[in-house]
Write a protein that binds this ligand. Structure first.
Ligand code: ADP
Length: 289
């Protein structure tokens, strides 16, 4: 890959002069990533094809929105650009420790503070991606409408094109027609969300500062962020206790966890295929469909 050209552009755009080695970093699911030594300290650089330029622009905007909320730490955006066949995003390098658990309690507190930042509508001022799937953020007055049309319904449409079995399609469509029943007496606030908060998208430094990264930001029900923390685990009881101590959840949240995670499960079907069908069916059953 023409990484050298990318690094030349990084120098031109951000004055980041490469010093010494460039090391590949693993762990990402979508992009290739590198640690670049520079005169201004190490930099984290994600690289993908040129078609990903808008995805990186949306990620950078999301990181900046999280930063502006001043509640949870997130890497500073150094620069982004397009070079030849590639698009790239350069971030402040954070030295993550192997075990982030000691910082989970602080993350719980800080995430609740971030969720206290609210928008005028559900959605966001721009679309972004969830994994590599387009995520529409059309500003919407009612949360249930937003979740039906721009979240679950959108993924369902993609899934049907990717061969979702007819039975699952029918059950999901029925679910979409009766979302009100899960929101009896509950009107969520339009909280600033990370949007893709699974265990692989947070880490902590040696001095116990939690960071969140790789977001899919929008304004939505904070329960959607919390539900995703439970999808693959990795946050721990202290995280939830600390969150609840700052801003307790409304009654009925347990029932909505499945509803919110269904979005990510159908997205996983769209990205990775039929391996996720079993879990989609289990969740539909849990939701009474
Ligand atoms: P992808 O978009 O490909 O999923 P991520 O943004 O999740 O990539 O990053 C991949 C991995 O790189 C993460 O799991 C994390 O361990 C590490 N990482 C992410 N951001 C930084 C950073 N700013 N500094 C150091 N390491 C990082």
């Amino acid at each position: 890959m023409a990484l050298d050209q990318v690094l030349d552009d990084l120098q031109r755009e951000a004055g980041i002069a490469r010093l010494g080695e460039v090391r590949a970093v693993g762990g990402g699911s979508i992009n290739r990533a590198f640690r670049v030594e520079s005169g201004a300290g190490p930099v984290f650089v994600k690289v993908n094809t040129r078609q990903s330029a808008d995805m990186f622009a949306a990620e950078a905007a999301g990181l900046e929105a999280i930063r502006e909320a001043r509640a949870v730490a997130t890497p500073v955006v150094v620069a982004l650009g397009e070079t030849g066949e590639h698009a790239w995003l350069a971030l402040e390098w954070i030295d993550f420790v192997a075990n982030a658990q000691p910082a989970a309690e602080r993350l719980g507190r800080e995430l609740a503070a971030m969720h206290a930042v609210t928008g005028e509508h559900f959605g966001w001022h721009r679309d972004n991606t969830i994994g590599s799937t387009p995520q529409p953020n059309t500003p919407t007055e009612e949360w249930i409408d937003f979740w039906r049309d721009h979240r679950l319904g959108h993924q369902l449409e993609l899934a049907v094109r990717r061969g979702l079995p007819g039975d699952s399609e029918r059950r999901l469509t029925a679910l979409l027609g009766g979302l009100d029943q899960y929101f009896d007496g509950y009107r969520p606030e339009s909280s600033l969300l990370h949007g893709d908060l699974w265990g692989g998208n947070w880490g902590a430094t040696r001095d116990g500062i939690p960071y969140i990264y790789d977001p899919a930001v929008y304004f939505g029900d904070r329960e959607a962020d919390l539900a995703m923390t439970r999808l693959f685990g990795g946050f721990g009881e202290k995280f939830y206790e600390a969150y609840q101590a700052v801003w307790p959840l409304a009654p009925g949240w347990e029932r909505r966890v499945a509803l919110y995670n269904l979005y990510h499960l159908v997205n996983h079907f769209n990205l990775f295929g039929t391996g996720y069908l079993g879990r989609i069916e289990d969740v539909l059953r849990e939701l009474g469909r």
